[in-house]
Design a protein around this ligand. Structure first.
Ligand code: ADP
Length: 423
């Protein structure tokens, strides 16, 4: 079947989050890691391409995203969704704005919306300001993110330096009036030359209104929650059909490895909880790693009983992260840890691990790349936006879950394992 909705995500956990939420509709969703090298064949009605472009140089992110768009267009898609983090992770240079402008140019459209809100996970937007729970973004733990520290909560101010055309707002008061009012507001903004419109949303009802108002825009951008409302609309008018196979998850056995490279506040709690639950755990020390390499962790891993689901983590509090970054450099330490966790994933797989749990968006990108995973089938959801997925790695069937920093509750690592064991 030809693809109806083509989605591009700027990191791997974002892509699985999006694919998982879209699959809730019963529509078949395929997730591809990177832009496929082969032309489209046997595509799904909803296709998601996962990139690792969030912190890539702008030109590289733009080129990769345009290649993904071209592939999705060849698959037949005419509507597109550009997915970034619900905490609008970016730097002053991008990549959210430059990528959106490049996609708009390729699609010949002169307006798009930006709606990273995800009320179910505590992300809401009011008067263009993004909140994480009750805190403005810049007061949340995102202010200390290792790669994209968010120091402003105002999405218009964050986006403006990244784009060449005008940025505007459709606020909650307009959204609350319903889809026709929002549509009219977008048209007025377009007539005034506003190409980039931040749209407020504080509750799921807002997202439904936004999806309805924007369903026929060539390009929508935002977090996964606003996209989740789209399949129901396309199902209702017959554009899509619910055809996802509902078969049981494949049984991959119990050998498990947990890898955590996220330093988010929630991941810190999840690691502490899992360690307190008695899981075997190895903490990576960036300075040690820089000096002595991966020998220590790989030797520890080789000695583990994988049915006990051991954890290897670099997860640390903001002051430790900062200390390591000051000595080794931000990019270098991030890369070194990502490479180490990726090497651990491969070693664990070769030692028999068939369930791989990964925390951290960038970390997940490095792990899936090292595992040589190209396509994932979406399975049961462990937490909102975090599904189990099933894929092949080195000829073996693997269950893989990729959790972005702040997702899941404190018991996530144990929850994930239970979910696979549930009848
Ligand atoms: P999240 O989903 O929370 O954003 P990511 O994996 O995307 O997690 O980003 C976390 C980044 O922080 C990665 O590049 C990772 O290698 C790096 N990192 C992890 N642990 C440490 C640490 N102890 N010190 C410095 N950087 C770290």
């Amino acid at each position: 079947m030809s693809t109806v909705l083509g989605c591009i995500a700027d990191d791997f956990t974002g892509a699985t989050d999006l694919a998982g939420l879209l699959a809730r509709s019963g529509v078949r969703v395929s997730l591809r890691i990177g832009v496929p090298t082969e032309p489209p064949s046997q595509t799904s009605p909803v296709e998601v391409i996962a990139l690792k472009s969030r912190t890539a140089p702008v030109a590289e992110a733009v080129a990769e995203t345009r290649a993904a768009l071209a592939w999705l267009q060849r698959a037949g898609a005419q509507r597109f969704f550009w997915k970034y983090c619900s905490t609008f992770d970016c730097t002053d240079a991008g990549n959210i704005g430059p990528v959106a402008e490049a996609l708009m140019a390729d699609l010949g459209t002169d307006q798009t919306i930006y709606c990273p809100a995800f009320p179910e996970n505590g992300r809401s937007i009011y008067m263009g300001h993004l909140f994480v729970g009750q805190q403005p973004l810049a007061e949340s733990s995102m202010k200390d993110h290792p790669l994209t520290p968010m120091r402003d909560s105002n999405l218009m101010r964050l986006l403006t330096p990244q784009v060449t055309r005008a940025v505007g707002l459709a606020n909650r008061l307009v959204v609350a009036q319903g889809a026709p009012a929002l549509r009219a507001k977008l048209d007025r903004l377009k007539a005034d030359g506003v190409a980039h419109v931040i749209v407020d949303a504080v509750a799921d009802e807002d997202l439904h209104i936004i999806a309805e108002a924007c369903r026929d825009m060539p390009l929508i951008t935002g977090g996964s929650a606003v996209a989740m409302a789209l399949p129901a609309l396309y199902l209702a008018d017959g554009t899509l059909s619910a055809d996802a196979p509902k078969g049981p998850s494949p049984d991959v056995g119990k050998s498990t490895i947990v890898l955590s490279g996220s330093c988010s506040a929630m991941t810190n709690k999840q690691v502490a909880t899992y360690v307190a639950q008695g899981a075997p755990a190895y903490q990576l020390d960036p300075l040690d790693l820089a000096k002595a390499g991966t020998h220590g962790v790989l030797a520890w891993l080789a000695a583990q009983n994988l049915t006990k689901a051991p954890l290897i983590y670099a997860t640390a509090d903001p002051s430790s992260v900062k200390a390591a970054q000051e000595i080794l450099g931000i990019a270098a330490v991030g890369q070194m840890i990502e490479n180490t966790l990726a090497a651990c994933a491969v070693a664990a797989r070769d030692a028999g691990a068939r369930r791989i749990i990964v925390a951290g968006g960038e970390t997940s990108g490095a792990v899936t790349k090292a595992l040589g995973v190209l396509q994932l089938d979406i399975g049961a959801e462990i937490a909102p936006g975090v599904p189990w997925t099933f894929c092949m790695s080195d000829g073996k069937q693997i269950a893989l879950t990729l959790k972005s920093g702040n997702f899941g509750t404190e018991t996530f690592f144990a929850d994930a394992q239970e979910k696979l064991e549930a009848p």
